[in-house]
Ligand binder design. Structure first.
Ligand SMILES: Cc1ncc(COP(=O)(O)O)c(C=O)c1O
Length: 486
């Protein structure tokens, strides 16, 4: 094949092969992480005027191998336990690369399209969701929550006899979304984008375990009903980003039923936590929800850009998100229903269920991960990570200069240095310095948060590479640094 184009497209496998040694070396995570320290250097190498004539693929490979990959993001390092992120494992990555080449869109009658559907049904089974629910892959938890709440908006306004996807929100109608103050801010943003408004997300207090306070929730629903404000959705978070709390889903399902509201579960981080038998009961009532979000790019360690929204009723989801038939799309399918070419049909249709028309094949990565290690392998990971958080709590309790800030529910345990000699402000400042030093040392990298005014070090275990020695090492190092920096 001789392409008339200047871009090489005949040697894709060769190009990938040429960057593999650099990727292999990157995953050894040797030495300290110097990407930020060296940023002046690599930015100056990369900063050039727009090339008017191309420098060729060799120049691209050279930059990738020598400048870009070695200065990439080390969030897969075994000592990394920050935020809710990690880098992908091998089978999902191989599948991702395969999709970039051989399944570059999820449309049409081809294997990657089918794997979207198959892997979504595997995920439903894994999570114990009814098989009748409609799933759809998204770019992550932000859009999965937006899609769940978009379906809620469709449903709530249809109750008024109006189709909001056609005519918008009826004049004068007021809606509230109810969530605990611990809800992820993507929910507030979804409310903004959906025209409900950030201020109409009622931020409810939490109980001692950082779960939504049910009595406040019910009181607010009652008060709003009296004032003619409709409940658009209750949002239960299954694994809050700060501490991993799980809202009482079953009780919220009761309230949703009593007050005529949609129940959405944000499980972007924690829904896979349900696989741990020690905490599975906390997810009771999940099957009563109307929609749920989960992120394979978090605990499943799929390549980033992999979220999923599930909605009980496919028809509501379809009415909210349909692209509407177009001559160049549906109109170009086989007229007699006979499929002889992949392009005779769009295959399992996903562009009517979410925000993207063109979208990458994401299901293949989830399929690969589940095929490789199965439900047992994911359960094993989740249980191991939840145990790590419990180990942190135990080690912290054994150390007189450390203090548990939040008890683990899932795989997060917030703790801090506290020798009992300092004010709250001094402790907050000292723990922030400890965290900054940990990040610069790059051997153990947790993130931090603030819980009721207490600055805390927040390891969150979703990274498959973390070993028990990394967990013990982090706790020891925090104690050592606290003593040294005192
Ligand atoms: C509970 C929760 N919801 C939503 C999100 C947003 O997900 P994403 O970053 O994939 O958009 C996160 C991310 O950490 C989360 O923890």
């Amino acid at each position: 094949m001789n392409s008339p184009d200047l871009a090489d497209s005949d040697n894709v496998a060769d190009a990938i092969t040429r960057i593999l040694p650099a990727l292999k070396e990157f995953y050894q995570f040797q030495g300290p992480d110097l990407a930020a320290v060296r940023s002046t250097d690599w930015k100056s190498k990369l900063t050039t005027p727009l090339p008017q004539s191309g420098q060729g693929i060799d120049a691209v490979i050279d930059d990738l191998v020598h400048t870009i990959i070695p200065n990439g993001l080390r969030n897969g390092h075994p000592g990394f336990c920050g935020w809710v992120t990690t880098s992908p494992t091998s089978s999902g990555t191989a599948a991702h690369v395969a999709a970039a080449v051989a399944g570059s869109a999820r449309f049409w009658v081809q294997a990657f399209n089918y794997l979207e559907t198959l892997s979504l049904s595997w995920l439903k089974e894994l999570l114990g969701l009814p098989s009748s629910w409609q799933g759809t892959y998204t770019s992550g938890g932000s859009s999965a929550n937006l899609i769940g709440l978009g379906a809620a908006r469709q449903w709530a306004i249809e109750q008024m006899g109006v189709d909001p996807s056609m005519t918008g929100i009826p004049d004068g109608a007021r809606f509230h979304i109810y969530a605990s103050k611990e809800v992820h801010h993507v929910v507030n943003r979804a409310a903004a984008v959906l025209g409900i408004g950030r201020r109409n997300v009622v931020s409810l207090p939490t109980d001692h375990a950082h779960r939504v306070d049910l009595s406040h929730l019910e009181a607010r629903l009652k008060q709003d009903a009296k004032n003619g404000i409709r409940p658009l959705a209750l949002v239960a978070t299954a694994g809050t980003v700060n501490v991993g709390a799980i809202d009482p889903i079953n009780d919220m399902a009761d309230l949703a039923a009593n007050y005529g509201a949609w129940l959405h579960v944000d499980g972007a981080y924690g829904l896979f936590g349900k696989l741990d038998p020690r905490v599975a009961h906390l997810f009771e009532g999940l099957h009563r929800a109307d929609s749920a979000a989960a992120d394979p790019h978090k605990w499943l360690a799929a390549p980033l850009g992999n979220g999923v929204a599930f909605v009980r009723d496919a028809s509501i989801l379809g009415r909210a998100f349909t692209l509407e038939p177009a001559a160049y799309l549906e109109g170009s399918a086989s007229q007699d229903g006979v499929i002889k070419s992949p392009f005779d049909d769009f295959g399992e249709v996903y562009h009517d269920f979410n925000l993207d028309q063109s979208a990458p094949s994401r299901g293949v990565s989830v399929w690969a991960i589940l095929k490789e290690i199965g439900a047992d392998g994911i359960r094993d990971r989740v249980v191991r990570h939840n145990s790590y958080a419990r180990l942190v709590a135990e080690l912290v309790r054994q150390n007189p200069v450390l203090e548990v800030v939040t008890e683990p529910v899932l795989s997060i345990c917030c703790f801090r240095y506290n020798d009992g000699q300092k004010s709250q402000d001094e402790l907050n400042e000292l723990n922030a310095r400890i965290a900054a030093t940990l990040r610069s040392e790059s051997q153990f990298v947790p993130s931090t948060t603030v819980v009721n005014g207490t600055y805390a070090i927040r390891p969150c275990y979703i990274n498959p590479r973390v070993r028990e020695t990394d967990v013990r090492g982090l706790v020891n190092r925090v104690a050592e640094l606290g003593i040294e920096m005192n």
